[in-house]
Ligand binder design. Structure first.
Ligand SMILES: Nc1ncnc2c1ncn2[C@@H]1O[C@H](COP(=O)(O)OP(=O)(O)OP(=O)(O)O)[C@@H](O)[C@H]1O
Ligand SMILES: [Mg+2]
Length: 261
């Protein structure tokens, strides 16, 4: 598999805190990678550096061979690297469909179709269809059609998480970084959400990195695991190998178990 994203020697300090220390990872195209680690281990910092929200003090990130380290988040998104946040970013007083149309309106505006939401017939980049059709297509893929006209603040937590991820699809991501896509939902729901998300993303063809604290979910869905501890990557392997690693057991798995007990 060709490497789609290559992080080399990324370091980031916040005062006395080392949030990233020489983090390197080569991510294979179309792979599904689980990011694990206890609170403060550096997972979100890694995602923030890849997506341009934080600039590393040292190191570089290449995407399909191109150096994206100096680019702004918006430019990185336009190249196809998209993300969700730890807390869903939804317009809570609007419906599911309206949230989707706003997302698509932003994509169209960024593509130079101006007049925010005015050019309803313009093809959405990557999809080649007007926004209204793309919205229905994405909602159906994520099993959200039945919630289409519901206000997002009354949605169950799991559905809110799904919508938040579905919204990242408007930009037709080639690489999708999901920061705790299943946090705050029941253990039962986690598997359904991850299955739905990965099926939808794979149907569009994209690489996925996701932060997850439940090791059963990681084992089931990740093809590869990056384990973070104290700003460092302490394991980079298949879930079987990474989760059996003594350092990972000591610094990640054991501590997560203690924290959730
Ligand atoms: N903007 C910031 N300013 C100061 N310190 C920060 C900032 N962002 C992160 N940190 C610190 O960097 C370290 C790594 O944080 P990060 O958010 O990457 O952890 P995480 O692995 O995502 O943890 P969690 O599981 O709690 O989300 C922590 O000690 C955190 O307090
Ligand atoms: Mg985090």
């Amino acid at each position: 598999m060709p490497v789609v994203l290559n992080a080399r020697g990324l370091s980031k300090r916040f005062g006395a805190v080392t949030a990233a220390h020489e983090v390197s990872a080569a991510i294979d195209k179309d792979s599904v990678v689980g990011l694990i680690g206890t609170n403060g281990a550096g997972k979100t910092t890694f995602i923030n550096m890849i997506t341009g929200y934080l600039k590393p003090d040292a190191g570089a990130i290449t995407y399909e061979g191109r150096d994206i380290t100096p680019l702004a988040p918006r430019q990185i998104t336009r190249l196809g690297i998209c993300r969700s946040f730890q807390i869903p970013q939804l317009y809570s007083s609007l419906s599911v469909h309206e949230n989707m149309m706003i997302g698509l309106g932003i994509v169209l505006a960024n593509a130079g179709h101006g007049g925010f939401l005015s050019r309803g017939d313009a093809p959405v980049p990557g999809y080649g269809e007007p926004a209204a059709q793309v919205a229905e297509h994405i909602l159906a893929r994520f099993g959200l059609a039945e919630y289409r006209d519901r206000n997002t603040q009354v949605l169950p937590g799991g559905v809110r998480k799904l919508l938040d991820i579905a919204l990242t699809m408007v930009a037709k991501p080639r690489v999708l970084l999901l920061d705790e896509p299943t946090s705050g939902v029941s253990a039962q729901e986690k598997f359904g959400i991850m299955q739905m998300v990965l099926d939808a993303v794979r149907a569009e063809g994209a690489t996925v990195l996701f932060v997850e604290h439940d090791m059963e979910v990681v084992s089931r869905f990740a093809q590869r695991v990056l384990a973070f501890y104290d700003g460092r990557v302490i394991a980079d392997a298949t879930p079987e190998v990474a989760l059996a690693d003594p350092e990972v057991r000591r610094h990640v798995v054991g501590r997560l178990r203690a924290a959730h007990a």
